[in-house]
Structures are given as structure tokens and as C-alpha cells.
Design a protein. Structure first.
Length: 271
């Protein structure tokens, strides 16, 4: 059913002229594939990041929203996009689980490995599916994922995705207007997944990893997306967790959420 035209689409202004251009590109796309339509729409609407690179991920999300709203008609997907896929961990994907119990200072070579190819992506997805209480689901929007390693092997995984659209405690703390939030939300990243493997028992490791990640994303996000990160956020599910490692890493507790988050759970915000 045809709905009203949104004033914004994936964070950018949107109007009838934009919709007409998109409909033209849908009709002209050869081959008639969703990926090709997204490429054409990025060119037609100059949908690019600060470095002039096409924002294919945002375009595909926006096109799907328009399709579901009845405003455009996309061709059927040519294949699965991974949403809903259940990852099964394979032992050969990573080192054999070996209990790690030592002081933090004894873990030589502690570092984050960026997920940048199919092998590391499958490893990250499988770890999260098997050992994180929320399981695996694709991270929204612009994202960064890392495997946590040291010289002795694998310790866990951490991932950042697009920030929540509205969080009252966060928005009040920042003090921005709705227009400012729309303009700058892309500079906020959400720590959507954080996993220390269950056989790893190292005191203070979690807060150390959070500190490493906070530094690393300020380097990797501009390099990949052409935009500077200015704030990280996360949501701590209570009473399951207390958010102690975030406090130890100098994250600030701002309050509880007032609505439903991206995973439809009641969370407690810690920024």
C-alpha cells in the first residue's frame, strides 16, 4: 500500500524529485538487480560519503524501505542477503579452545584484528552466534568488527554499528536539536556486540579491550567511511549485566532508555 513520501531517508533529505529519479533508475537498471539499482541511485542522487565514495549500504537500506512502503517496486532478490542466517561454528575456523587464566599483563601481543575478508567475517559471525547471548544478526549501517587476539590465540570479538536513532538520555546529554541529530548521528557508533570467550578468565581484560577499541575505531572509521567518530554508545541489559567493564573503561552512565531498542529489548544506556 502506497504511503506518504518520507522527508528523510537513511539520514538524508528526501522529496518527490528524489523519488522520481529512483523510479527512473529502477526502470533503467540493466541487469535488473537490486545491487545495480543501488549503484545507479548513488550516482543519480550523488549519495556519497565525505570522500566521495558511493554509500551502497545506505542506498540499499533506503531502497528496501521505499519498496516495503509501496513507493517503488524492486525486483526480487537474486540471492540471500544473510539476514536470518544461522552461523554454525566450525573448529577449523579458529584455534582450538584452550582455557586462558592469567593476569592481564601476562597476555603478550593483545590486539584487535579488523574483520576484512570472508574468513574473518565467518569467524566473527560464528563466535557471536555460538557464545553471545543475543546470537548473530547483521549489524546495522556503517560498521566495524574486530577479533580480539593475543600471541596465544583468540580471546573474543567486538563489533560496532549504526547508533540508535533516538535515545532520550543521550540526546539530552549532548544537547543537540533534532536537526543536529539528523546531521551528525553518523558520527556516533553503537557497540552492538562484545564477547569474551567463556574459557577466557582474565581480570580487567574487558575494560582493556574497550579502551583499545575506542582508539582503533577513531582510526579505522574515517579510513573506511570518510567520517570522524565523536561518540560511542552501548546498551547494557539489566539485570543480566551491570556494565562494570564500561565504567572501568571510562564510559559514562547516562540513564535508562524510554522506548524499544533495535532488538526490541528494554536496555539500560551507558555511553
Amino acid at each position: 500500500m502506497d504511503q506518504g513520501i518520507p522527508r528523510r531517508l537513511c539520514g538524508r533529505p528526501f522529496n518527490e524529485t528524489d523519488l522520481a529519479r529512483i523510479r527512473q533508475e529502477v526502470a533503467r537498471a540493466q541487469p535488473p538487480l537490486r545491487a545495480e539499482i543501488a549503484r545507479r541511485v548513488c550516482r543519480a542522487l550523488e549519495w556519497t560519503d565525505l570522500q566521495g565514495r558511493p554509500k551502497f549500504m545506505s542506498a540499499r537500506v533506503g531502497l528496501l524501505r521505499l519498496h516495503r512502503a509501496g513507493l517503488i517496486e524492486l525486483p526480487p532478490p537474486s540471492g540471500g542477503n544473510g539476514n536470518g542466517r544461522r552461523y554454525v561454528a566450525r573448529p577449523e575456523t579458529w584455534h582450538e579452545p584452550v582455557p586462558v587464566s592469567a593476569p592481564l599483563r601476562a597476555l603478550s601481543g593483545l590486539h584487535l584484528v579488523s574483520v576484512s575478508d570472508r574468513r574473518t567475517s565467518h569467524c566473527w559471525n560464528s563466535l557471536i552466534e555460538c557464545y553471545h547471548y543475543l546470537g548473530y544478526s547483521p549489524l546495522p549501517g556503517a560498521q566495524l568488527r574486530y577479533l580480539i587476539q593475543f600471541d596465544g590465540g583468540l580471546l573474543g570479538a567486538i563489533g560496532f554499528g549504526a547508533a540508535a536513532w533516538k535515545v532520550a538520555a543521550r540526546d539530552h546529554w549532548i544537547g543537540w536539536t533534532p536537526g543536529q541529530r539528523q546531521a551528525h548521528l553518523g558520527r556516533v557508533l553503537n557497540n552492538a556486540r562484545f564477547l569474551i570467550l567463556p574459557w577466557v578468565q582474565v581480570k580487567h581484560l574487558a575494560s582493556k579491550v574497550l579502551a583499545l577499541a575506542a582508539r582503533q575505531v577513531t582510526i579505522d572509521f574515517p579510513a573506511r567511511y570518510g567520517e570522524r567518530v565523536v561518540l560511542l554508545e552501548t546498551f547494557v541489559e539489566i539485570p543480566r549485566f551491570a556494565g562494570t567493564c564500561y565504567r572501568a573503561a571510562n564510559w559514562h552512565y547516562l540513564g535508562e532508555t524510554t522506548g524499544r531498542g533495535k532488538t526490541d529489548r528494554t536496555h539500560q544506556a551507558a555511553l
